[in-house]
Ligand binder design. Structure first.
Ligand code: NAP
Length: 247
């Protein structure tokens, strides 16, 4: 399905991104991930991914910095020659109610979640257009569709990712490039582990399947959207949320 394809997964060091990187590597894709601060954990992950018999590249890059992204993408292109798959997964939260939210907390979340997605998509789509082939998968959130009290910055960034993706899907469709969005619900990662128990219990009540999602469940959809099984699907937002949001 994706054997010998070349993939970039942003925010591949932890959580959902790491699971997507593992799943794509297990299925034969060469993987490039970025990191912000080097650690032994990254070295271990690189070795683990290589054990699937694929090429692995880890490059220091903050997705909110255009120049760093441009250099990251150049390095991937130089090493892999083609870039077939881009998963824009890097993201942060800086929660707070609107009346108390600082301009910095608003800007930081928009800069990484939305502008970061713009930076990588712009740099990679230039390569994909020349190849006449590409699969772009942007990780949004159900919160980008429903909104969430205490997350106006995050919800705005994730709603922005949806509008951005649909626009780019229309621009690139004729070049054989698919652009789709995954909107996870409540997934068990570092991002959600910091939530107070009471909040977790309340969220659980809103999930018809009565369980928190696993990063693997998001990675499985990313695999499908990375593969030729999704060739006639573009501009779509697909939830992975145990039925939390049904539109
Ligand atoms: P996570 O465990 O906190 O991991 C976030 C990843 O993004 C890390 O690899 C982090 O790298 C990277 N990152 C953050 N800022 C970055 C920057 N400026 N440049 C490059 N990389 C950066 O989060 P997660 O739960 O796996 O979330 C992954 C994505 O899914 C996010 O976009 C998130 O909004 C979305 N999502 C998550 C949930 C959920 O329930 N967990 C639900 C809906 C949507 P470092 O290791 O350097 O910090």
């Amino acid at each position: 399905m994706i054997k010998n394809k070349n993939a970039i997964v942003t925010g591949g060091t932890r959580g959902i991104g790491r699971e997507i990187a593992r799943t794509l590597a297990q299925n034969g894709a060469n993987i490039a991930i970025n990191y912000r601060n080097y650690s032994e954990e990254i070295e271990k992950l690189v070795e683990e991914l290589k054990s699937f018999g694929v090429k692995v590249l880890a490059v220091k890059c903050d997705v909110s910095k255009e120049e760093e992204v441009s250099n990251f993408v150049k390095e991937v292109k130089n090493n892999f020659e083609r870039i077939d798959i881009l998963v824009n997964n890097a993201g942060i939260t800086k929660d707070g109610l609107i009346i108390r939210m600082s301009e910095k907390d608003f800007n930081d979340v928009i800069d990484i979640n939305l502008k970061g997605t713009f930076n990588t998509t712009k740099a990679v789509s230039a390569v994909m257009v020349k190849q006449r082939y590409g699969k772009i998968i942007n990780i949004s959130s159900v919160v980008g569709v429903t909104g969430n009290a205490g997350q106006c910055n995050y919800a705005a960034s994730k709603a922005g990712v949806i509008g951005f993706s649909k626009s780019v899907a229309r621009e690139l469709a004729a070049r054989n490039i698919n652009v789709n969005v995954i909107a996870p619900g409540y997934i068990n990662t570092d991002m959600t582990s910091v939530l107070p128990e009471k909040v977790k219990e309340e969220v659980l009540k809103t999930i018809p399947m009565k369980k928190i999602g696993d990063p693997k469940e998001v990675a499985n959809l990313a695999l499908f959207l990375s593969s030729n099984l999704s060739d006639y699907i573009t501009g779509q937002v697909i939830n992975v949320d145990g039925g939390m949001v049904m539109l």
